[in-house]
Design a protein around this ligand. Sequence first.
Ligand code: PLP
Length: 397
Amino acid sequence: MTGNNQSTYLDFNAGAPLLPQVRSLMAEALTETGNASSVHGFGRAARHRVETARVQLAALVGASPSRVVFTSGGTEANNQALHCMSRDHDATILVSAVEHDSVIAAAPDAQQIPVGRDGIIDLENLRQRLTRLREDSTAPILVSVMLANNETGVISPLREVAELAHAFGALVHCDAVQAAGKIPVDMDALGIDLLTLSSHKLGGPQGAGALILSKTPALRASPLIHGGGQERGLRAGTENVAAIAGFGLAAELAREGLAGAGRLASLRDGLESGIRELAPEVEIFGSAVPRLLNTSCFTMPGVLAETQVMALDLEGVAVSAGAACSSGKVAPSRVLHAMGVDQDRAACAIRVSLGWSSEKAHIDHFLQAWGALYSRKGGQAAKPTDSTEPARSTKAA
Ligand code: PLP
C-alpha cells in the first residue's frame, strides 16, 4: 500500500483502503445520472443500486433488508440509535465505558458500565444497575455495547449482554463498526435490537453507514434528520448512490472473505511474536480474551505513543496511537484508562491493525522500524526474526 510517502499501511481500524472492486463499481455508478427517489428510468436505476446494497448489508448481519437505514457513517448511525431513546425524558441509557466517542458524546447523561482489566464489560455491574432501575420504574432502558473495541479489538459477550438486558425489558444497541466483516455477526442470534455499521471499515468508501433495526415491537425509531421521506421516513436527504453501492459491495465481499480470516490471524500473531522477541517486557492489551484477529494494541515501555507513531511514519509505516478517528489528535486513551491501565503505560500504547491488503512484508517492515526505534531509545532489541515463525499467541477470536 503506497501513498503520501507511506509504504506500509497498518491502520485499518481507522479506515481500510478502498477495495479495487468497490472502486470500479463506484466509478461506474458516478457516471450515472438520477435521484433514487425519481420515478423515471434514471431514478429507477439509482434506486436499484440502493436496494441491491440494502440486501447486501442485511445479508452481512442476518437482518431483513427492510430494516436497513442508510446514514452518512457509523457516527450518525450511533447518534440515531441513541436518539431513538434520548427523546424520551424518562428513558435511561447504559453504555459500556469503552464505547466509541460517537456513542459516549451522543448520550452524555448515560450511565457507564465499567470493564475489567481485560476490557470485557462487567456483567454483574450491568445486572445490578438494571435491577435498581427496574425497582424504581418501568421507563424505557437502552443498553449500548460495542461488539469489538476499535483500540484493543476485544470482543464483547454480546449474547450475554442482550439476554440480561432483555430480561429487564431493555433494548440493546450494538456498535458493530469494527466487528462486521471480521467476525460473523448475526443480529437475531446475538439478540441485538439496533446495530451500527460503517462502510470505510469494510473497504468501502468513507461517508456511508447504516443503522439496522430489529423487528422488536418496543422499538419506536424516530428520525434524527428531517426533510424528504427517504429511508422510510427515518433518514431524510438524497441518497449518496455511488457510496451506498460501494458500501453494499464491500459488505458482500467482507461476508465472502470471512472464511479467509485465518490469514490475518497468522499475520497478527507473527507481529506479536516479533515484538515480544524484540522487547520481552512489551504489554499486549486484551491478549488473554477473545479479540479481533486483525488488531494489536501494545506498549513500547518508556517511549510515548506520539514518538513511536512519528518515528514509524518517517520510516514509511502508518499506525495509530490510541483512537485515531478524532481529528488527528493524540489524546490519552479513554479505553485503556477504563481497563485500569495507568497513564504512563497508556501513553506508550500504539495500535496496529491489519486488513485485506496486509502482507508479511508489511509486518517485517514494521518490526524492523519498531525494533530500530526500541534500540535507539535504550531497549535491548534483538534482531527481528522472520514473522512467519510459529506464533506464540493464537488467542484471536
Ligand atoms: N464506532 C467505532 C467502534 C469506530 O471505530 C468508529 C470509527 O472509527 C465509528 C463508530 C465511527 O464511524 P464513522 O467513521 O463511519 O463515522
